[in-house]
Every structure is written in structure tokens, then in C-alpha cells.
Design a protein around this ligand. Structure first.
Ligand SMILES: Cc1ncc(COP(=O)(O)O)c(C=O)c1O
Length: 363
């Protein structure tokens, strides 16, 4: 190719998304495949979303609201913040990209765990920044290591709580001790994509108390517990000055009208959310029990997925499970060669997954 591609972009490893169901079914000539690879909501989304989205259809010749007013009002109320503290994104991926573009000059650093959710690295490199990666310690974020990696060039630090892909968590005490070690000019990005699934009260929740630390940027999503992954909508809660920067550089219509309506309705349907959470916990407990009984090692989790050591090459296991119509994630590309990441599904999906894993590993 004769175009000159930016050196930082050349270094980007493409994001490996879980295969869509339609692709698996086409490739393997199967139907009713079970997908437990992308930490999605297996129970769909609030049944109220469909009606609300349909009623928005007559307005679809219009541009969406640049700032979804009612949704922002509801979020502001929920978290006891002002609307100026919010940024709504085309998925929380959008917020991650905006942070990297808004706060990194070329060569400046963003510190993050290794491995991490790949979009941190991709967005930082796309913004010509430098990702500085600190290996996990026993599947958990090495908070002291992250703090030590901060230099005068560091502008962002990413933490994920609960952590993807291990399901590990950071307690409130651990987080506060960590934040104390960081300078005032570093933004602490706390990605809480899976926070709704947390069961342990000691786990840090950055929005549980009124915002006190202007360095903290919370990122949340409607893709997981709310079941709206296909709509693409997430949000950030942050200091007004930080939000102003992100709102200045985002596309004016970054979130489409249907996603705005869907999120507003989903936020109100607390029954659907509670049901999702309790069923997910049941699913995680079931998978943990069955995998442990089969002799696999399961890493404790506070998320809607778990990491399991199948003690043999996980790429191969994944491929064989695909043949049985079950899509799970190999963590070989994260450096965990014998581990799978599996999210809780419906009762039936969980049983199919357990049977397939036991069958392909000969347990
Ligand atoms: C830790 C983490 N952050 C952010 C996201 C992005 O979510 P979305 O862009 O769908 O809001 C994901 C998706 O898997 C994730 O695992």
C-alpha cells in the first residue's frame, strides 16, 4: 500500500470480537447455537423497549437529540449529579475513545493493566498516545504496580472493576489507597461495565457516594445488565470540566434516537434488571459448580462471566465447542493459553455449555 499509515496505528492489534451467532451457524451448518462469548445479556432486554422504540419510528427522519435530555435527567437523578457531569456515548467504547483523544498529546502515556479490555490500548494508540501496561497479579489488577508506572507523561490510568477478562474486583479500601498515590493531573478512568452484577459489598462502586474526586471518570454501559448491546449506548460520569472536553470533541449525533429511547426505558425497568442480575448469579453459581466438579479451575468472579482453566489448549477447545454449537472465548490471545471466558446464559444454555465442555475435554 502506498498510503502512509500512522506508525502508532500500524502497531494496533485488531480487536477480536466474539463470532456473531449467524456466522457460527453459517460456518458450521447448525441452528440454535449458544453464544456465551461476549458477556451479553442472554435474557434479552426489557420488554418495554420494543414498544418505545417502535413509537419513535415516525421521528426517524429527524436527527437525534445531541444530548438525550430525558435520559440525562434520569441518570443525573440516579447518581445525584448534574447533567453537565454526564457524557453519553455510542457504547462505552465511544467514551474510552473520547478520553484518549481529549486528554493525550502524542507520546503521552495511559497506564492500564495487562491484559485489559483491548479498546483501551486501541484508543490510546489511535490518539498517538503510549499505552503503559502493568501485568496482573494473580488475575487481579496490580494497583501498586499501576501507581508506580505513572510518570510526568501520564495523563490517564485505566482500571476495570470488575475486571474483564478475569472477573476479579477492587475493594473500596484498595481503590482509595491507590487513588491516594496518584497525582492531581491524572484522570482515573474506572470502567464499571459489569458493576451491576457485583454481589460483594466490599467491592468499590465509584457512584455509590456523591462525586468527591474530580480525577475519577466512571464509565458504564447499557450493553450488559440492560441487554442493549445492539443499540450501542453507554455513558460516563465525570467532573464538569472533563465532560465539557468530551462533549466538545464527540460527534454531535453520536447516539442514535432509537438507542436513546431504549436506554431511557431500560433504565426505568428495574424489574427486568433485578431479574437479569438474580438469574445471572444463579447461572454463575451453576457453571462454577459444574466446572469445579469436572476438575477445572474456576477463577472467582463478581461479573456475569467467569474464567475457567480447562488445563488444555483453549483455542482447540473453543474450536471443538463451536462444532457443538457453543461459542465461548479462548483467552489464549490474552496470554492465558488454557483458559476460557464464559458468560452466564439461560439455564438451558448453561447446561448445553457444560455438556459440550465436558464432552470435548473428555472429562
Ligand atoms: C470492560 C469493558 N468495558 C467496555 C466495554 C464496551 O462496552 P460497550 O461499548 O458495548 O458499552 C466492554 C465490552 O465488552 C467491556 O468488557
Amino acid at each position: 500500500m502506498s498510503f502512509s499509515v500512522s506508525e502508532s496505528v500500524k502497531a494496533i492489534k485488531p480487536y477480536e470480537a466474539g463470532k456473531p451467532l449467524s456466522e457460527v451457524e453459517r460456518e458450521y451448518g447448525i441452528t440454535n447455537a449458544v453464544k456465551l462469548a461476549s458477556n451479553e445479556n442472554p435474557f434479552g432486554c426489557s420488554p418495554k423497549v420494543a414498544d418505545a422504540v417502535l413509537s419513535q419510528m415516525p421521528e426517524m427522519n429527524r436527527y437525534p437529540e445531541p444530548v438525550p435530555f430525558t435520559l440525562c435527567q434520569k441518570l443525573a437523578e440516579k447518581y445525584h449529579v448534574e447533567m453537565e457531569n454526564l457524557v453519553i456515548g455510542n457504547g462505552s467504547d465511544d467514551i474510552i475513545a473520547l478520553l484518549a483523544h481529549g486528554f493525550l498529546d502524542p507520546g503521552q502515556e495511559a497506564v492500564m493493566p495487562l491484559p485489559s479490555f483491548l479498546m483501551y490500548e486501541i484508543c490510546v494508540k489511535t490518539a498517538k498516545g503510549v499505552p503503559v501496561m502493568v501485568p496482573l497479579k494473580d488475575y487481579s489488577t496490580n494497583l501498586d504496580g499501576l501507581a508506580k508506572a505513572v510518570t510526568p507523561e501520564t495523563k490517564l490510568v485505566f482500571v476495570t472493576n470488575p475486571f474483564n477478562p478475569t472477573g476479579a474486583w477492587i475493594t473500596k479500601d484498595e481503590f482509595l489507597r491507590f487513588a491516594d498515590q496518584l497525582p492531581d493531573n491524572v484522570l482515573i478512568v474506572v470502567d464499571e461495565a459489569y458493576i451491576e452484577f457485583v454481589r460483594d459489598d466490599s467491592v468499590y462502586n465509584s457512584l455509590a457516594e456523591p462525586m468527591a474526586d474530580p480525577r475519577i471518570v466512571t464509565i458504564r454501559t447499557f450493553s450488559k445488565a440492560y441487554g442493549l448491546a445492539g443499540f450501542r449506548i453507554g455513558y460516563g460520569v465525570m467532573d464538569k470540566g472533563v465532560a465539557e472536553i468530551l462533549n466538545r470533541i464527540r460527534q454531535p449525533f453520536n447516539v442514535n434516537s432509537l438507542a436513546q429511547v431504549a436506554a431511557r426505558v431500560a433504565l426505568e425497568d428495574t424489574n427486568f434488571l433485578s431479574k437479569t442480575i438474580s438469574e445471572t448469579h444463579r447461572g454463575i453459581d451453576f457453571l462454577t459448580r459444574k466446572f469445579t466438579d469436572a476438575g477445572f479451575e474456576v477463577v472467582p468472579t463478581q461479573a456475569n462471566f467467569l474464567m475457567v482453566n480447562v488445563k488444555t489448549g483453549s483455542r482447540d477447545v473453543c474450536e471443538k465447542m463451536l462444532g457443538k454449537g457453543v461459542v465461548v472465548r479462548s483467552l489464549a490471545s490474552y496470554g492465558y493459553d488454557t483458559f476460557l471466558r464464559i458468560n452466564a446464559g439461560t439455564d438451558q444454555e448453561n447446561q448445553v455449555c457444560v455438556d459440550a465442555l465436558i464432552s470435548v475435554t473428555g472429562k
